[in-house]
Design a protein around this ligand. Sequence first.
Ligand code: DUT
Length: 157
Amino acid sequence: MTEGTDMVTIKVMWDEGADRALGLPGYATGGAAGADLRANLPDRGEITLQPGARALVPTGLRLAIPAGYEVQLRPRSGLALKHGITLPNTPGTIDSDYRGPLGVIVMNAGSEPFTIAHGDRIAQMVVAPVVQAALQVVEDLDETLRGVGGFGSTGRR
Ligand SMILES: O=c1ccn([C@H]2C[C@H](O)[C@@H](COP(=O)(O)OP(=O)(O)OP(=O)(O)O)O2)c(=O)[nH]1
């Protein structure tokens, strides 16, 4: 644990048939925000994504995230830059009350086929606090400098 970094305990259960030898997601450095998730493909061995294709890649894990937190699934920048590998739903949302298999939706936005092998680090998980909104209907909203301007209303530069 790095000094200054908050820590929360997340209970993890291995999925049936998952390869436990891959180990739990790990933080590469003391200051890393994300723990890398590995493709857990003991039966299939690998998945090849053609350009533009996507697949649900199992991690072999189930989580019990404490109430008040979520897990976000994010792409790895190296895979994104070198191969165009991304997550179409980034950041993927893992709810604190979800107990099913943790899957990563991986998409090949590159121009070459890309093969994900068993044990490859395909994405990263970031733990974040959650705030829920109490939505309240009113007839007027307060005035602001921006007002209704949006979608580029402040210009390009
Ligand atoms: O990349 C993802 C996204 C979601 N999930 C799981 C955990 C999450 O808690 C659940 C539901 O996700 P989400 O709310 O994004 O999906 P939905 O399409 O709105 O489905 P639902 O009606 O089940 O909420 O699916 C994953 O395993 N990987």
